[in-house]
Design a protein around this ligand. Structure first.
Ligand SMILES: [Ca+2]
Ligand SMILES: [Ca+2]
Ligand SMILES: [Ca+2]
Ligand SMILES: [Ca+2]
Length: 166
């Protein structure tokens, strides 16, 4: 298979297979993918199931990931990654989490505990690296011995417990 041409969600979807190939040996390749293990066929950073569930996204079109449908300054792929609503201009800023004990800078920082591939950052710097202007960075009590670079825009620190930063 080279290029996907049709995709649908669920059991009732119907499509049409057209015999346009001039090659008498031509054939279609049909692939079934579990909803819980969605692919990102167009590689725009948004998984196929998320795209199929939203009429303004096309799982076979990369361009829609870079569009900002609701005009809140975050493109659709950013809203997908950050868990905000790409159709709601009010849904844009998020709380990010840092936890020196359970965090890892390889996590995305969008959850305070590790779940479904999300989890807190280990360092304040790691949190700032993914934070946008007006986001909140919630820092779990602990010691953060690091140099913090000036963030882009205003990031609101929200310490939880005793936080030492030096
Ligand atoms: Ca995609
Ligand atoms: Ca897409
Ligand atoms: Ca947006
Ligand atoms: Ca939004």
């Amino acid at each position: 298979m080279t290029v996907a041409t049709y995709m649908a969600l669920g059991q009732q979807a119907s499509g049409q297979l057209l015999g346009t190939s001039t090659n008498s040996m031509g054939f279609y390749y049909v692939q079934r993918v579990a909803i819980t293990n969605a692919l990102d066929t167009d590689q725009d950073g948004i998984d196929d199931v998320y795209e199929l569930n939203r009429s303004f996204l096309d799982p076979l079109d990369q361009i829609d990931g870079t569009q900002d449908l609701d005009g809140d300054g975050f493109i659709n792929v950013q809203e997908y990654q950050r868990g905000t609503d790409p159709t709601n201009i009010q849904s844009a800023h998020i709380i990010l989490y840092a936890n020196s004990l359970t965090g890892d800078d390889l996590y995305d920082g969008v959850k305070p505990i590790v779940e479904n591939g999300h989890g807190p950052k280990e360092t304040v710097e790691g949190g700032l690296a993914v934070a946008f202007d007006q986001d909140i960075l919630e820092i779990k009590g602990g010691s953060y011995d690091e140099q913090i670079l000036k963030p882009n825009g205003t990031i609101i620190f929200r310490p939880r417990g005793t936080v030492f930063i030096r």
